[in-house]
Design a protein around this ligand. Sequence first.
Ligand SMILES: [Zn+2]
Length: 419
Amino acid sequence: MNATLFTDVSIFDGTGSDPFAGEVLVEGNRIAKIATGEQRIDRSEGVAVVDGEGGCLMPGLVEPHGHISFTDVAALKDLGEIPPEEHVLKTMHNAKRLLDSGFTSVYSAASAKPRLDIVIRNEIDAGRIPGPRMRAASPEITSTGGLGDERLAHLYRQGLEMIADGPDEMRKTVRYLIREGVDSIKINLSGDAFVRPGFEEQCAYSDAEVAAAAEEAHDRGCWLAGHARADGAVRLALKHNFRVIYHCDYATPETIDLLEEAKDRIFLAPAIGIIYATVYEAGDWRVTPEVVERMGLIPMLEHCQKVHRELHKRGLRILPGGDYGFAWNPNGNNARDLEHFVTMLGYTGNEVLSAATQLGGQIMGMGDELGLIKEGYLADLLLIDGDPTQDVTLLQTRDNLLMIMQDGQYHKPPRPGKS
Ligand SMILES: [Zn+2]
């Protein structure tokens, strides 16, 4: 069995505790032993020793709102124009890009075509292409006129959407996607200010439609994730037992109470990066301050911060990351959300790193074996040059990732001289 011993490392174990000096032994694809302080692990024969030179060893990052088939486009409709063959290759490229950036797992929040996530997940699982562990999502299911419905009345055009109106279409769409092999069904329960002002506070579906989707998904053991900015959309997601609720910006105080009651069964991810980048960094794509003002993005950013600061105080499982895959918020920059959590949501470095690792393992449905440096856990590990708990921005620079290990295998080996 392959064995690697990391010595002279500062261990951030993912629980949120401060890093501690120690050693970690990996055997096969699992963490076999952890020594703390002055303790030493036996240097038995055949064990490769890696001198961490004081770097920080931490669990691999988890992206909870991945869009690896979103090819850094400026508009949703652009995704529909990519032919399937090219789209598979671009998605494969993005999968590697995330792994290169330290993301050893991705929980997808929508695929741009029905089978893209599925086929890439399967190839990664088979070990044929590099990429994060993946939970594959459906495309965004939306209603006529809802977020993602980019069709034109006079001309055929297919974007990233799957339109489903009424309970029967909803059932059929969900059944079809589960047949093809998705792990998670994504439903756009509300609109979005990015499309038109005020749309973010409108619900896209009736109770009966969401109930039909939920019944089909739950009967078949499939997870549900909702795009829910409007208060009513958050309520629908809660009522119908969605596992992941994205955004939640306009949740009212009463809905925040309901979210708190459900805190052991739901995961949240505000995807604050896309709002921030659109407000402040999209000028090159003609998103001027006037456009930002007209779309109402600054109030949305303020709501997002206010609501998630409160939800954080109440101990909800909120994960950083999200909605990378657009021109001004590209895939590969995903670690930036950690900084946003610190500067905009008041998280400490330890808290946000724990959310990106321990909670990440949980959102993947692998909380008992992924997301922590703990004996018996899967060896998805990063060696960082510096202490990311003191400065989470370190994770935004690939050169600071001295080593990336996934499932006990190097994706990026430590440079020679380190071992
Ligand atoms: Zn998204």
